[in-house]
Write a protein that binds this ligand. Structure first.
Ligand code: FMN
Length: 199
């Protein structure tokens, strides 16, 4: 039975390819986190009904987002799981539309949910060098910092194009697993030092 006091790690996959490179790496991080004692959960943004932000500012002016879609379900998960692993492939120099929609809709996530959150990003790309990941990494990290979340690192996988390419990189898979375990253990240690910290 899962321990309700365990650290919660939520994987948010922005690639539409289930079993693709991003999903595989996020999955390894989650497996590692679970091995470190965390509760883990994964969501695929492309499975959700998430509409683009309307830019009405209702949510920032004390109101509720007028859109009744799966953002409410996501906010619930984000509030229950304090470590988020955000994954996206590079799509034309940036992130997927799914990930960008999620980031824009993040305007309506309560501030204290962000204040409790730590964010690790995973970015994959076909290019033979990692530089092309920088816009996606910055997009995620700047957006999260804007909202008050803490960014705690990133993992970039370059030279992965087809589904399964990342499976040919055992060192990277191991690094993702170990990173996941470290996330869980570090957060558990921090929580022990500060018992008032939320999960
Ligand atoms: C529409 C589209 C645009 C892409 N743009 C880039 C790009 O600008 N730079 C790059 O290196 N790879 C680009 N790629 C390749 C993906 O980043 C690469 O295939 C990645 O591994 C896909 O991750 P996934 O398996 O998680 O879906 C693009 C792929 C698609 C489908």
């Amino acid at each position: 039975m899962s321990n309700p006091d365990a650290i919660g790690v939520l994987g948010i996959v922005g690639s539409p390819r289930r079993g693709g490179n991003t999903d595989t790496l996020v999955g390894e991080l989650l497996r590692g986190a679970e091995a470190g004692g965390a509760r883990v959960e994964r969501v695929f943004l492309s499975d959700l009904n998430l509409n683009p932000c309307l830019g009405c500012w209702t949510c920032t002016r004390g109101g509720k987002c007028p859109q009744r879609d799966d953002m409410e379900l996501l906010i619930d998960k984000m509030t229950r799981m304090s470590t988020w692993v955000l994954g996206t492939p590079v799509y034309f120099y940036a992130a997927t539309a799914q990930l960008k929609t999620f980031l824009d809709r993040g305007l309506c996530v309560p501030k204290d949910t962000y204040a409790n959150a730590k964010v690790f990003s995973v970015v994959t790309l076909g290019d033979t060098t990692p530089e092309g990941a920088s816009v996606a990494v910055e997009l995620i990290e700047r957006t999260m910092k804007f909202h008050g979340a803490r960014t705690i690192g990133n993992l970039i996988a370059h030279n992965v194009l087809d589904t399964g390419d990342v499976r040919e990189k055992p060192a990277l898979l191991r690094a993702a697993f170990e990173q996941g375990t470290a996330l869980a253990l570090n957060e558990s240690a921090a929580k022990k030092l500060d018992p008032s910290a939320s999960t």
